[in-house]
Design a protein around this ligand. Sequence first.
Ligand SMILES: C[S@@+](CC[C@H](N)C(=O)[O-])C[C@H]1O[C@@H](n2cnc3c(N)ncnc32)[C@H](O)[C@@H]1O
Length: 111
Amino acid sequence: MVHLLAGMKKFIYRKIRRVVGSRLLRRPIIDAFHLLWYHPRETWSKNTFLGYPIQQCPLDMHLYQELVYRVKPSFIIQTGVASGGSLLYFASLLDLIGAAPEAIVAGIDIE
Ligand SMILES: C[S@@+](CC[C@H](N)C(=O)[O-])C[C@H]1O[C@@H](n2cnc3c(N)ncnc32)[C@H](O)[C@@H]1O
């Protein structure tokens, strides 16, 4: 029974991979992801960083840490602060990469 389930799982994964890998479906899948992730209210109200509200796509946050690690900036300017979660995020990254004590994160917001 376990072998049968494992075989079915493999079969289904192979089918899904084939559909998802198709060039024809790439754009609609990306658009569907955007629609499902970006538009619901919960996406923006539930995300936190170390307990602080943050309105960032987690995939973008991964790319930010790669950039910060590579560039090792001495300052980061955040345009659009909202609750400040991303300020904490960027400040934490600067700490983690051992940035100089003078390194800063500055934020501005229209509101
Ligand atoms: C998506 S939220 C920012 C989220 C925040 N960076 C975070 O990660 O939690 C967008 C913010 O940008 C601000 N904003 C919009 N237009 C702006 C502008 N022209 N200049 C500065 N801030 C702006 C809004 O007031 C809002 O707080």
